[in-house]
Design a protein around this ligand. Sequence first.
Ligand code: ATR
Length: 284
Amino acid sequence: MPKTLLGLIGHPLGHSLSPQMHNEQFGKLGIDGYYHLFDIPEEELLKGVQALRQLGAAGFNITIPHKVNVMDYIDKLDPSAERIGAVNTVVRENNALVGYNTDGEGYLESLLDVRSLDQIKNANILVIGAGGAARAVCYALSLRSPESITIVNRTQEKAEQLKNHLEDIAAIKTASKEEAESRNHEYDILINTTSIGMSPEINNSPWNLENVKASALCSDLIYNPWETKWLKDAREAGLDTLNGSGMFVNQGALAFKYWTGKEPDRKAMLALVEDHLKGENNAE
Ligand code: ATR
């Protein structure tokens, strides 16, 4: 058995790119490790975590539907995971399982590839959605004190909850879709955190782009398809766009660093994801 056992727990797992992404880096960095997929249904989560403890796993990633419930079965929470209310990375530290959340910082790092920290600080940001991904992204954005964050969600109550949760650290508001779309000219960064436009529903779009300012950035957390219909429309309207591949790679790279203490080659990780997904399944 390899010395360093890692993996992803979730259900259903489909064809996740995480094993290839991590295993390639273990090979390149000479780390005796292996990243497995553990398809664990909701009711088996406790058993799954216990099994990984017994196997001496160095850590694991967590995806849908376990990101919240896993907090009940680990020993400690990093303050940011506690604040976000979800864990996507567990690290074994002195035999204790410690929960982290690398989704928000992973997103922020990808945003910093296309916008400076000053631009983020001066930005009026629109966040579409208020689920787990939105919580992580809004927390990471809040720490950079942007001019404002407006949250819009189908279930408005959840947007209110997220606002209440973060309003002590950032200027957060909520709005209805109609109200926020009528203010499109105010936003510098628009972020879709919902699954609208994700494969196979590739012709759906989460947001009307009418009157969005020419300097705005449209950012989608989705990376399958590589370019959602929404991002394609934004690009064709001359706007800057950012897909979710950078967030996916960065959240994995940050987890990799927690587990091994080493920085993986993010460019190679991105190239692998790009090879698998770019050109496939794009919106008509
Ligand atoms: P994730 O962890 O990926 O964020 P989630 O916590 O289930 O997943 O959150 C999904 C988000 O996408 C929610 O904001 C959800 O809106 P509701 O809170 O109203 O459920 C949003 N969402 C998903 N499908 C949607 C759709 N068809 N129309 C509008 N919003 C949608």
